[in-house]
Structures are given as structure tokens and as C-alpha cells.
Design a protein around this ligand. Structure first.
Ligand SMILES: Cc1cc2nc3c(=O)[nH]c(=O)nc-3n(C[C@H](O)[C@H](O)[C@H](O)COP(=O)(O)O)c2cc1C
Length: 263
């Protein structure tokens, strides 16, 4: 006797949109109509997530410094626990996902969730238009849909995922968080005051809703304001950071393919 396929929910954090798209493609393959819990904006993380008993959860988060974003870890504390089937998905910028997927697997297990499957997909890098350019693309979409389709089979069965598959690429203790960088995006004269950046900031970092004043304490450098600005008025100008990103991009031009783990 397999599990009952009744309800499903997608929970995702996606400042620059790649993770949201990957979650959607997977759901399309799964052929269930999920309830979406987009926790990108601060207000959404303040609400409780009313999960149904036995509801299938697709959890999808970007990779930050080979880990999950800190605020995703914090958000997990507020998620209801209990035995329910989940798929754990991370999306990374064509460099590496490192410990993020194992970290997500562990968070799920700590909640009592049963991890059926896991995957790492690629999205265009938040800091680059070259690393993972325009991904997820059509080939990624096909793989994500197929992963969703396979998840459906996994849900019908009894098995769950062994951590040994994840330990091939990731380790405990996880790598430390990278240090907080001492700068924020700058705003050029092109800013037309449309407030797209203010509305999409996942941490409410714009002081008094002013598109030119970013609170350095709050900013997590997710680059949502840089990538979403219709006037391209935001950029990161720190010389050392730009040099590091150029070197990182040069070293990661090869196409990384999605990896999926099923029972
Ligand atoms: C602070 C920060 C750290 C990141 N660290 C990594 C990393 O370690 N490896 C990687 O391949 N991509 C890294 N990225 C890129 C994102 O994982 C990637 O662009 C992802 O698609 C962003 O998801 P989103 O579009 O849903 O926001 C990082 C991005 C940010 C903003």
C-alpha cells in the first residue's frame, strides 16, 4: 500500500526567481496542484504555514555559500512538524551546492518529515549573467518535470531516501557561513523611483521605503534589487568582490547538470 496522494504544498524562497521556476516545473511533472507558500517576502515568513496532515511538501531553496540561507533555517523553526512526505530541492548558481542539500535533508528529518527524494538544480547566479546564464532553461525544465513525474511514483511506493547518497557530495559538520560582506548594492542616477526593489526586498532592507537607502545590517546581498530593477540602476561595485566574481565566473563556465536522488 503506497501513500495517499491528497494535497501538496510548495514552500520556496526565491529572491531572483530561479528557485520559484524550478519548483513550478517539478510540480508540473508531479501533476498535483500545490498550494504555494512563497516565503520570499518578510510578511510571508511571519505567517504560520498551515500544513494538512500527511500533505506532500516540496521544499525549494537557493544555495548561499554552500549552505541554506540563514533565514531559511530560522523559518524552519516555525514550520509544523510531523510525519509527512517531502522532496528537498536546492538551486545553485552553477558553482557548487556543497552542504546545502544535506542541511535541508537534516532540517526535514529533525521535523519528523520523511524525505522521499532530493535534488540540486541550477539557476542563473545571483551575481552574474554568465554563471548558469538564463537557467533554468528548457533542458532543466524537462529534467525538473521528469523529477516531478518520478516523485509521483515514489509517493505511490513505500521507500524513502537514504542519506548516504547525499554524503557523497556533502559533509557534517557543514561548512561555516561565509563572513557578512561590508557593502550593499549602489543606486545609479537611472533609478526612476518605481520601488520594484523596495517591494521585492526579502528582508525589508530599504530604510523608510527609500529605494536609495539600503540598511547594511539587514541586507543579505541576495541581489533581488540588482536583478529585478527595470532600469538596471542597482549594481554591486566593490572592487574586490567584482574581481572575485569575475574569477568565479571564469572558473565555472562549464555547464553543471541537475542531480536528483530518489529512493
Ligand atoms: C549570498 C549568495 C551566495 C551564493 N552562494 C552560492 C554558492 O555557494 N554556490 C553556487 O553555485 N551559487 C551560489 N549563489 C547563487 C544562487 O544559489 C543562485 O543564483 C540561485 O539560482 C538563486 O536563487 P533565486 O533565483 O531563487 O534567488 C549564491 C547567491 C547569493 C545571493
Amino acid at each position: 500500500m503506497g501513500r495517499q496522494l491528497v494535497q501538496s504544498a510548495n514552500v520556496f524562497f526565491s529572491p531572483t526567481g530561479a528557485t520559484r521556476r524550478v519548483a513550478k516545473f517539478i510540480s508540473n511533472g508531479l501533476a498535483l496542484r500545490p498550494r504555494d507558500f512563497d516565503i520570499t517576502l518578510p510578511a510571508a515568513r511571519e505567517k504560520s504555514v498551515p500544513l494538512e496532515r500527511d500533505e506532500f511538501l516540496l521544499l525549494a531553496f537557493p544555495v548561499y555559500g554552500g549552505r541554506l540561507p540563514k533565514l531559511v533555517r530560522e523559518f524552519f523553526a516555525a514550520l509544523p512538524g510531523g510525519r509527512r512526505p517531502v522532496a528537498a530541492v536546492v538551486v545553485y548558481g552553477n558553482r557548487a551546492y556543497e552542504d546545502a542539500l544535506l542541511e535541508l535533508y537534516d532540517l526535514c528529518r529533525d521535523k519528523g518529515y520523511e524525505v522521499l527524494a532530493a535534488a540540486a538544480f541550477v539557476g542563473e547566479h545571483s551575481y552574474s549573467h554568465v554563471m548558469g546564464q538564463a537557467r533554468p532553461d528548457a533542458a532543466d525544465e524537462e529534467q525538473a518535470r521528469f523529477f516531478g513525474f518520478s516523485l509521483r511514483q515514489a509517493l505511490m511506493g513505500e521507500g524513502s531516501l537514504s542519506e548516504k547518497f547525499l554524503l557523497a557530495k556533502s559533509r557534517r559538520p557543514y561548512r561555516p557561513y561565509p563572513p557578512k560582506l561590508p557593502f550593499v548594492p549602489v543606486t545609479s542616477r537611472r533609478c526612476a523611483g518605481c520601488l520594484t526593489c523596495v517591494k521585492h526586498c526579502p528582508v525589508g532592507a530599504f530604510a523608510d521605503g527609500d529605494p536609495k537607502r539600503i540598511d547594511a545590517e539587514k541586507c543579505i546581498l541576495c541581489a533581488a534589487c540588482v536583478k529585478l530593477c527595470p532600469e538596471k540602476a542597482k549594481s554591486i561595485e566593490d572592487d574586490e568582490f567584482c574581481d572575485d566574481m569575475a574569477a568565479l565566473a571564469a572558473a565555472n563556465l562549464d555547464r553543471k547538470e541537475p542531480v536528483t536522488f530518489l529512493p
